[in-house]
Design a protein around this ligand. Structure first.
Ligand SMILES: [Cu+2]
Length: 209
């Protein structure tokens, strides 16, 4: 009997864990913020994913790119939609390594709650056993892979190598703002070509609506 009870409760806990994870993944983002299932009336969740080794051109392949995780699929980051006047919970899952150079203007976290961000699984994005993380206001340049920077919103989020980053910030009124990675992860002598100069890769628009 005891063994059966153990199996029963283990199964129930397993179902709860799997269901909970599923809810989290499906609630990532939507082009229609008001209909997002898991975001509450007062906040909105969005997950961005940075993958590497994306084919760019025959001369410049292996470029990194941002994607929006939407209903379990990676979609273009050329336009990232956010609701206006809302608390945003942003998660960035970064599979890319880096490092690269960032202008001193963008060396610190800006525009988030308390001017900080939460970093997990630093340099090991696929770790599942280590739940530890840390709040930071900057990331050493030797460990910096990308940024998610929206100058028009005074927002600067630093993305360490192979990591999960979380931050919250408020949107204002509706408008279209440029987003741009500030780490020279592209092609050419400056590193600002290729992905860095192409919408949906390391730049694009944030559409606040
Ligand atoms: Cu970048």
């Amino acid at each position: 009997m005891e063994k059966l009870e153990t199996i029963f409760y283990t199964t129930i806990i397993g179902i709860i864990v799997v269901f909970g994870a599923g809810m989290y993944l499906t609630g990532s983002a939507s082009h229609a913020p008001a209909q997002n299932a898991t975001s509450s009336a007062n906040s909105y969740n969005i997950t961005l994913v940075i993958t590497t080794n994306n084919y760019f051109t025959s001369a410049n392949h292996n470029q990194p790119a941002y994607f929006v995780l939407e209903n379990g699929q990676l979609t273009s980051s050329a336009q990232i939609y956010l609701p206006s006047n809302m608390l945003i919970h942003l998660t960035i899952v970064n599979y890319d390594s880096g490092p690269g150079n960032v202008p001193s203007t963008y060396a610190n976290v800006m525009g988030t709650t308390n001017g900080t961000e939460f970093i997990m699984n630093d340099s090991a994005v696929n770790i599942t056993s280590n739940s530890e993380g840390q709040w930071v206001s900057t990331v050493p340049s030797a460990n910096l892979a990308h940024t998610f920077t929206v100058p028009g919103m005074n927002l600067n989020i630093l993305v360490p190598s192979q990591s999960i980053t979380e931050a919250t910030f408020h949107t204002g009124n509706s408008g279209v703002f440029q987003w741009q990675c500030q780490v020279d992860c592209g092609t050419g002598p400056s590193g600002w070509g290729g992905a860095m100069a192409t919408p949906g890769w390391m730049m694009g628009e944030v559409v606040v609506q």
